[in-house]
Design a protein. Structure first.
Length: 133
């Protein structure tokens, strides 16, 4: 079952204000469910299409990180995380699509990755193939 967030938690996840997300709800920009008490709840998956616009928090840990020159960055949410020996499988939901990355378990632990967290996938490739769907 999909995880439901309060509007305040969703706003925090996207790095926007609570009044902004309330306006999005009222205008139908973001889909919600209502509790029996009439409170709005937002499915985590509904936030996926807004994550690429999310503001990044300026924390000391983030400030120490290096900048990356790659522009092929896709922002998404961790939906599955599996450790197996030296490797970790990280599945991201990016705009409703799932992308899987295999990284070292050590790197995943150093980054303190957790399910539900917003991260960016950096795609590095010399070729991009296109197929008709």
């Amino acid at each position: 079952m999909a995880s439901l967030l309060t509007p305040r938690a969703a706003a925090l996840r996207l790095g926007i204000s609570y009044p902004t997300i309330k306006q999005w709800i009222y205008r139908g920009k973001i889909k919600t469910a209502k509790t029996p008490g009439g409170h709005y709840r937002i499915p985590e998956a509904e936030l996926d299409s807004f994550l690429h616009k999310a503001k990044r928090p300026d924390t000391p840990r983030r400030e120490m990180m290096r900048s990356v020159s790659g522009r092929n960055q896709l922002t998404g949410r961790i939906v599955e995380l599996k450790y197996d020996g030296l490797l970790a499988q990280v599945k991201l939901s990016i705009g409703g699509q799932i992308i899987t990355s295999i990284i070292t378990a050590e790197a995943a632990r150093e980054m303190q990755l957790e399910i539900g967290e917003t991260v960016a996938a950096l795609v590095k490739s010399t070729e991009v193939m296109v197929l008709r769907v």
